[in-house]
Design a protein around this ligand. Structure first.
Ligand code: NDP
Length: 249
């Protein structure tokens, strides 16, 4: 499994790593030598399979149940990561939900669920990580191209949540720069995961919008995350970087 030793000796925490983009990130970071802890909220069996897969391929991974809408659960998961894996160098905030509906239908409950899962969780994990992380560490948040462009009716709250991560990355980068901890925001375009089921009505327009005419693969996001996590990306911070197949072009 080891594709390189770029992250040998590093400890990574992936918030929301059981499925989709997060699972691809867990596998990729482990394949580069990092010991990886990841959280999930509901996918217990899938998380255990992922741990088994990483271990079978020579890597190290542990799964921790922690709901990203509960700040103390996130803080506990980060402390457990450090206790079990012996440090903390890389934090990837990937957990996120999509609620896509028109302004007439969106509710305050939708607002709270999206903001708590997609934004507050990133702040809480970054704050706890700042207390426990080694200098020279990496915080990588998974935003969305929808921070910049909402191509269909219904994305007001989701797009707002991902726009918030743009400013958060800048502010956190400035706070943590003196410790050489970089903070960046990766903005995928449509990626082939459970969040984007290829179920007919919406898939053809989505494919047509991107310059490349296809969904991205979770692995294509994970490889970029691994680069940002690695030693060659030390001068990139406070940035929001689109990996979107030209979706925003
Ligand atoms: P999936 O729905 O496939 O997976 C979501 C992941 O987040 C799962 O591991 C899930 O855990 C976890 N998660 C969700 N809510 C919580 C919670 N309350 N507590 C802990 N973990 C939670 O999504 P994707 O892989 O597609 O998306 C990952 C990230 O990428 C999200 O932030 C999303 O907004 C962003 N993104 C996705 C795009 C896409 O087209 N797919 C495009 C642009 C951005 P569990 O399995 O336990 O439910």
């Amino acid at each position: 499994m080891k594709s390189s030793n770029n992250l040998q000796g590093k400890v990574a925490f992936v918030q929301g790593g059981s499925r989709g983009i997060g699972a691809a990130i867990v596998k990729r970071l482990a394949s580069e030598g990092a010991a990886v802890a990841f959280t999930y909220v509901s996918s217990e069996a899938q998380s255990q399979l992922l741990v088994d897969e990483v271990i079978a391929q020579g890597g190290k991974a542990i799964a921790i149940k922690a709901d990203s809408t509960e700040p103390e659960a996130i803080r506990r998961a980060i402390r457990e990561t450090k206790a079990h894996l012996g440090g903390l160098d890389i934090v990837v905030n990937n957990a996120g939900i999509l609620i896509w509906d028109s302004i007439e239908n969106l509710t305050l409950e939708d607002w709270e669920r999206i903001v708590n899962t997609n934004v507050r969780s990133v702040f809480v994990a970054s704050q706890e990580a700042a207390l426990h992380m080694n200098d020279g560490g990496r915080i990588i948040n998974i935003g969305s191209t929808n921070a910049e462009r909402i191509p269909f009716v219904g994305g007001a709250i989701y797009g707002m949540s991902k726009s918030a991560l743009v400013g958060l990355a800048k502010g956190l980068a400035r706070d943590l720069g003196p410790r050489a901890i970089t903070v960046n925001n990766i903005q995928p375009g449509p990626v082939d995961t459970d969040m984007n089921p290829d179920n007919g009505d919406s898939s053809e327009p989505i494919k047509a919008i991107g310059v490349l005419g296809r969904y991205g693969k979770a692995e294509e996001i994970a490889s970029f995350v691994a680069f940002i996590a690695g030693p060659e990306a030390g001068y990139i911070t406070g940035a929001s970087l689109m990996i979107d197949g030209g979706f925003s072009a």
